[in-house]
Design a protein around this ligand. Structure first.
Ligand code: ADP
Ligand code: GLC
Length: 480
């Protein structure tokens, strides 16, 4: 089985969120099942710097790009997965992030940058290059044009799978994109990639791919409704026979409290008491008062509406009164960053806010916090709630998407049945969230029950084993 996995980010080379994690862990898990899966990535500076690369193809001309591109190849750090990298300095070699400049503004030439990524993937998929995949596995809007390019290519030789990690980002661009990439005019229609007079990269992927997946079973259902479908619920409902939700796994080597080199004290289910030392270290590092009665609530997220920050902000004073400390790590909307920083100034001994991206602190929060807050409005899968359960850090989540599929609410029945792993609330409402947090704070005082929640979460299997097998069987059914 030969698969090309096309992605706009991959840990540890370049990561802005969960897609980066998945682009590392899923291909690894698939290789262990004997799949010859290889990555295709844009040649951002961070990618070129971290890999030893050799040239495999030169002088490839892809309209509308003026300059020729090169394709380089190497091996993912510490792994066995081969990676192809597109070298094109004018598109990818610049300071800033993969999608935005350093001020958080989308790059104005993103249509070209990710159109070219998709065109190169389509070259692989029409067997013009050395590696000849049977399936091109696309991820999110950045790769949405691949199925369109292949559909209109008489030499198409690979099938396509489109994985949705987030419906809210769609890649909407002016209609001229169609002609500039040489796509036929008929593709610009409601039965195609047109979306309210513009080109939608994600719609192209959803419309032209052989199969669609998303990253949890509940999100697969969610996106067929107007609330979560972001305008494409109709198309997704039409295609529901080719839409599968497969839950993401986590990398239990990178995220393992027993071996994690980034935390101060390693621990496992047999030495769970050592977790409290991580809590003390975290408090010390962030300047919070030390106390054994007050739990630390952690939050690591892109600070955007999706993550429910606006539900958290108004109830922070009540959380503080109820006796909790809050540790936030993240970056995103300036208004959320500033509001959080204000509150941290007001409660210096109880709240710590770190704006930025910090892998080490993220691990230390997972190890040190007692609870983890993820009140997302929508969540395709979510990884931090799984990292949290694996670290004995009890998640407080809203019942949506992958959060609903991974956390089991601590109701009296579930506690009695010894299956509870966290606290869930239903509605997008700050009072409901506060009520849920108070339920968690009360349970925290009952040491026996708390320990049971921790043990149940730590013993759950969040690895890729089962999910990777589901991808393999989908690949087979697409080819048949
Ligand atoms: P999303 O992809 O929507 O951001 P996920 O929960 O799937 O949400 O994945 C987020 C990933 O990014 C996790 O690995 C999380 O630890 C990491 N992350 C998010 N923000 C930060 C940050 N500020 N510093 C370090 N890691 C972060
Ligand atoms: C997206 C989603 C997140 C998911 C991740 C990886 O960024 O927001 O829920 O876990 O992709 O699939």
């Amino acid at each position: 089985m030969r698969i090309l996995f096309v992605t706009s980010e991959a840990y540890p080379l370049i990561k802005t969120g969960g897609l980066g994690d998945i682009s590392y862990t899923l291909p690894n898990a698939l290789r262990q099942l004997g799949v010859d899966i290889r990555l295709l990535l844009p040649g951002y500076p961070a990618v070129l710097e971290q890999l030893s690369l050799i040239e495999v193809h030169e002088n490839i001309r892809l309209p509308p790009l003026q300059e020729p591109i090169r394709i380089l190849t190497g091996i993912m750090p510490g792994e066995i997965t081969p990676v192809y990298v597109i070298e094109c300095p004018s598109l990818y070699e610049r300071d800033g992030g993969p999608y935005q400049d350093s001020n958080g503004k989308d790059w104005s030439d993103n249509a070209l940058r990710f159109g070219i990524l998709s065109q190169v993937a389509a070259l692989f998929g029409s067997h013009h290059l050395l590696f000849k995949p049977q399936i091109v596995h696309c991820n999110d809007w950045q790769t949405g044009l691949v199925p369109a390019f292949l559909t209109f290519n008489p030499n198409q030789s690979a099938r396509t799978m489109m994985s949705i990690h987030n419906m809210a980002y769609q890649g909407i661009f002016p209609p001229e994109v169609v002609e500039s990439f040489g796509l036929p005019p008929e593709s610009f229609s409601i039965s195609g990639l047109e979306y309210y007079g513009k080109v939608s990269f994600i719609k192209a992927g959803l419309y032209y791919s052989d199969w669609i997946t998303t990253v949890s079973p509940t999100y697969a259902k969610n996106i067929q409704t107007p609330t979560y479908g972001c305008g494409l619920e109709g198309l997704l409902t039409i295609r529901q026979a080719q839409l599968t939700g497969i839950l993401n796994g986590i990398d239990t080597e990178v995220w393992n409290p027993d071996t994690d080199p980034l935390i101060n004290h390693n621990y496992n289910t047999k030495s769970l008491l050592l977790k409290s030392r991580n809590t003390q270290e975290l408090r010390k590092k962030l300047g919070l008062t030390s106390s054994t009665q007050t739990p630390v609530i952690g939050m690591i997220a892109r600070l955007i509406e999706q993550k429910g920050i606006d539900l958290v902000l108004p109830i922070i004073p009540d959380m503080m009164k109820s006796g909790a400390q809050l540790v936030v790590l993240g970056s995103g909307d300036k208004k959320f960053e500033e509001a959080l920083q204000q509150l941290a100034k007001y409660y210096p001994q109880q709240i710590s806010v770190t704006i930025g991206y910090n892998e080490e602190l993220a691990h230390q929060i997972e190890a040190g916090a007692n609870m983890f807050l993820m009140p997302s409005k929508f969540e395709p899968c979510g990884l931090n709630q799984m990292y949290s359960m694996y670290y004995g850090t009890i998640p407080i989540v809203r019942r949506t998407g992958g959060l609903a599929d991974t956390v089991i609410d601590a109701t009296p029945n579930n506690i009695q049945a010894k299956i509870a792993t966290g606290f869930i609330f239903e509605k997008e409402n700050a009072d409901e969230l506060l009520f849920c947090i108070r339920r968690a704070l009360r349970t925290f005082r009952d040491k026996t029950t708390w320990r049971q929640l921790q043990m149940t979460g730590m013993n759950r299997d969040f690895s890729w084993q089962e999910s990777a097998k589901q991808y393999v069987s989908l690949y087979h059914s697409i080819l048949n």
